[in-house]
Ligand binder design. Structure first.
Ligand code: UDP
Ligand code: MN
Length: 336
């Protein structure tokens, strides 16, 4: 079967030694604050949808803004590192390579290209994840009870840099080689899970399959997160941003994920393309407003790219004592 690379049975010891030898690159940048690498990517080819590459650029800008605010690193791949693991499977060899190359990174956070951060100030509750190696948006009862491949979403997940994760990526990737292997696993997954057809395996259904069939091996260190929107399904969100902005409104989702919209084209969109595009425009502007506001600007409305001044230019430097502005403009404050 396919292997992502040589097994590294003493990986944790080797990484510990590296961290001891390189105290200038600690895996925790402050007490309880892990060093985080955001990982995303898209196809090496240009998009077939005429506005696809523009949307990808804006979605990437959104991730860069978020990472700058929080002091996270970001890696964006436009390569397929393993010719067998094409499409959505390509994130697995990428995560493995980045793990090994960045021992200083404690957590890698995979973000699909069609995902946007929509609460620019918040970040995951790292302290809650101290005993877990994988955090995926999902529900225990839907995965272990219903055996549903929709019990998780694999478009946004956080994975620790450790031996356990390398083993998981390897077991997971085994179901991914394109062609007969991927098709065979698609059938097996369909037989095992309750709600998926026998078409070729995808990374999401394969992860649910692993959790369900080898719960003892993987379940303990996997947290299915649903206390906030580590992944938020766009359709129920994008019309509510104005309400959310009002005091006392619904909580703003950390992530808005345009599942099924295929912004880059390729494959059928499961949703009305116009509705998808309008939603993406609104999510991008909503997120961008949170950034622009710091600099005294804002969008005229969430439906337009036009911006205007929202504060007078005083000519003076912003007051770093202002909690919100200080945090956003100086990510090192977050580490304090
Ligand atoms: N992806 C990639 N390279 C590719 C194809 C996909 O990095 O060649 C990434 C991209 O970030 C995308 C994710 O894999 O959002 C999931 O791929 P999929 O085709 O399932 O798109 P989605 O579910 O996001 O519509
Ligand atoms: Mn996606």
């Amino acid at each position: 079967p396919l292997s992502l690379g040589p097994a590294v049975s003493d990986y944790d010891e080797r990484r510990d030694k590296w961290l001891r030898d390189n105290p200038r690159f600690p895996a925790f940048v402050a007490l309880g604050r892990p060093r985080v690498l955001v990982v995303s990517g898209s196809s090496p080819r240009r998009c077939s949808a005429p506005d696809g590459d523009h949307l990808l650029l804006r979605a990437f800008k959104n991730k860069v803004d978020y990472c700058r605010v929080h002091g996270f690193d970001i890696f964006y791949s436009t390569s397929v590192l393993d010719a067998e693991l094409t499409g959505f499977w390509t994130k697995l060899p990428l995560l493995r390579s980045l793990m090994l190359a960045h021992p200083e990174t404690e957590f890698l956070w995979w973000m699909d290209s069609d995902l946007m951060l929509t609460d620019m100030l918040s970040e995951p509750p790292w302290g809650r994840y101290a005993r877990h190696n994988l955090v995926v948006p999902g529900w225990d009862d839907k995965v272990y009870g219903d055996r549903s491949w929709l019990g998780i979403n694999a478009g946004s997940f956080i994975i620790r840099n450790c031996r356990w994760s390398l083993d998981l990526l390897d077991a997971w990737a085994r179901m991914g080689p394109r062609g007969p292997v991927r098709e065979m696993y698609g059938k097996l997954i369909a037989e095992t899970l309750s709600d998926r057809g026998p078409y070729e395996a995808c990374d999401q259904s394969a992860l649910v399959y692993l959790l369900v069939t080898e719960r003892g091996r993987w379940g303990g260190k996997t947290l299915l997160e649903n206390t906030y929107s580590l992944h938020g399904f766009w359709a129920g969100i994008v019309d509510k941003y104005e309400e959310m902005r009002r005091p006392g409104g619904e909580p703003v989702p950390l992530v808005t994920h345009f599942v099924g919209c295929k912004p880059c084209g390729g494959g059928d969109s499961s949703y009305d393309a116009e509705r998808c595009r309008r939603g993406m425009e609104r999510a991008l502007n909503f997120a961008d407003d949170q950034i622009l506001n710091l600099y005294g600007f804002g969008h005229e409305s969430l439906n337009t790219t036009a911006v205007r001044r929202v504060r007078n230019d005083t000519g003076g430097p912003l007051d770093a004592d202002d909690v919100e502005l200080g945090r956003l403009l100086h990510p090192t404050f977050m580490a304090a």
